[in-house]
Design a protein around this ligand. Structure first.
Ligand code: ADP
Ligand code: MG
Length: 296
């Protein structure tokens, strides 16, 4: 099941009707941050997601300070920066995962296509299918390989019968580069796979509900170099169908997999630009200090 940007997601056909966010061309072109002003090119033509003036608080503490950035279609956007600078916090805003943290408050606007995802009419369950997440540590459910992938399509009612479900499971595992390794053992537990295979299973599980965006928070940090290389190859392939936002502490990984890179520093978005430019010719001194190893 392929979706283009103009089609409605099957899990929520009237996704957020009434929650359409209006934005003029003029507001799009402005850089918004009032803390440290973001340098570079945070905005793109025809964005998939638009984030404007996003602030995140844990209680009184501000963890993200007025960040504005777009996520483009069919791009891998890498988010880098020193530990504690807010990368995970910001990533979790993109599918409202921060809703699960009681002290956390998100201000500003985040839209997926035309829809404000923080609008009260938005149901987070289908939202998290559209904006899927892959975590640092592979976390397959204690179920069979088949049932891990079939889980989302089942709870969202995406298939009419077993034949359709089998097809989604197979195509998702193929796209995740895992089918050949598991096709003869689909009923064995997902937790019995190697770490790298488990992470690709989690990616297959995210893909199975036809997301538009996949968020990845340091997806390779628990993997060995060979499994990491396999997941990086997969990310490159997935870009043809999805937008991917990846947090990574490995700068070489950002350089290998992403088209754009965003550098965060103490809750500010310091610089965004084409990955090759960020790594060879950063505009901001803080970005340069970080990528040359003087900070972080
Ligand atoms: N659940 C939480 N409750 C309170 N503070 C948090 C929570 N999660 C993160 N923080 C704080 O928010 C800031 C950003 O953290 P985080 O987003 O995890 O950074 P990064 O992913 O860049 O390492 C840090 O100061 C961290 O201590
Ligand atoms: Mg983090």
């Amino acid at each position: 099941m392929e979706l283009t940007s103009n089609q409605t997601h099957p899990a929520f056909p009237t996704l957020l009707s009434g929650a359409v966010h209006q934005e003029s061309e003029q507001t799009r072109s402005q850089a918004y941050t009032t803390g440290r002003k973001t340098v570079g090119t945070p905005f793109v033509d025809k964005p998939r997601m638009t984030c404007r003036d996003v602030e995140v608080y844990y209680g009184e503490k501000c963890a993200i300070n007025k960040i504005s950035i777009d996520v483009g279609c069919n791009e891998v956007l890498a988010m880098i920066g020193p530990s504690g600078c807010g990368k995970s916090t910001f990533l979790r805003c993109l599918n409202r995962m921060n809703d699960t943290v009681p002290s956390c408050r998100v201000v500003g606007s985040i839209c997926l296509d035309e829809t404000d995802i923080y609008h009260p009419s938005v149901d987070v369950v289908p939202l998290r299918a559209q904006v899927g997440m892959v975590f640092q540590k592979p976390n397959p459910f204690p179920k069979s390989i088949y049932d891990n992938v079939a889980y989302g399509p089942r709870i969202h009612g995406l298939t009419k019968n077993k034949v359709e479900l089998d097809e989604i499971v197979e195509t998702s595992l193929i796209k995740a580069g895992l089918w050949e390794e598991v096709k003869d053992r689909l009923l064995e537990p997902g937790t019995g796979l190697s770490g790298g295979q488990q992470q690709r299973l989690c990616i297959a599980r995210a893909i199975a509900v036809s997301p538009e965006v996949i968020l990845m928070d340091e997806p390779c940090s628990a993997l060995d170099p060979i499994a990491t290389a396999r997941v990086e190859e997969l990310i490159a392939e997935l870009r043809t169908q999805f937008s991917i936002v990846i947090v990574t502490h490995a700068m070489q990984q950002a350089a290998r997999v992403s088209q754009r890179t965003a550098y965060f520093h103490l809750g500010d978005l310091i610089e965004v630009g084409a990955t090759d430019k960020i790594f060879t010719n950063p505009k901001h001194r803080l970005t340069e200090d970080y990528i040359t190893g003087r900070f972080g």
